[in-house]
Design a protein around this ligand. Structure first.
Ligand code: SME
Length: 155
């Protein structure tokens, strides 16, 4: 059991390592933030087959939906609201194993069971958040947090 767990963790780590290299190459050749967010969302989404993968950008006093892959989502989220608004307010990654247990979680889809939201920090301020939803409980762990923080650091 422990061995199986290690193998599956290793698989995820390897996938992220490869993805990271591909994203380094991508952003080296493109400086448009929206184009890069669009391709990063597509690359993460297709690599792992998550339910929803996308960005919300901080515009004035709210988060506005940006490039994403997956079903329709809420267009605007207020500061401090839901998992995304909390990641913005605290400027810290939120790992939520069970969205029903997160006070104020915004259910864009009832299929979403667990979630990770990683702030994109530019010049010391949160400029956007990367939100990933899974239709399974407890999909995200410290490995996802580590690699996704590295990935958004490239943007
Ligand atoms: N669940 C998020 C809202 C965004 S959707 O999941 C795409 C939240 O609570 O902030």
């Amino acid at each position: 059991m422990a061995e199986e767990l290690q193998i599956s963790q290793g698989g995820k780590d390897e996938k992220y390592a490869l993805l990271y290299k591909q994203i380094v190459a991508l952003v080296e050749n493109e400086d448009d933030a929206i184009a890069n967010m669009a391709n990063v969302a597509a690359m993460i989404h297709t690599t792992f087959g998550f339910w929803w993968t996308g960005f919300y950008r901080v515009i004035d006093s709210e988060l506005i939906l940006g490039p994403f892959q997956g079903p329709l989502a809420c267009s605007r989220i207020a500061y401090g609201r839901g998992v995304c608004g909390t990641a913005w307010k605290e400027a810290m990654t939120q790992v939520v194993p069970d969205v029903e247990k997160f006070p104020g979680h915004i259910a864009c889809s009832s299929a979403s069971k667990s979630e990770i939201v990683v702030p994109v920090i530019k010049n010391g301020e949160v400029a956007a958040v990367l939100d990933i939803d899974s239709e399974h409980l407890a999909t995200f762990d410290a490995t996802d947090k580590l690699w996704l923080e590295r990935i958004v650091g490239l943007l």
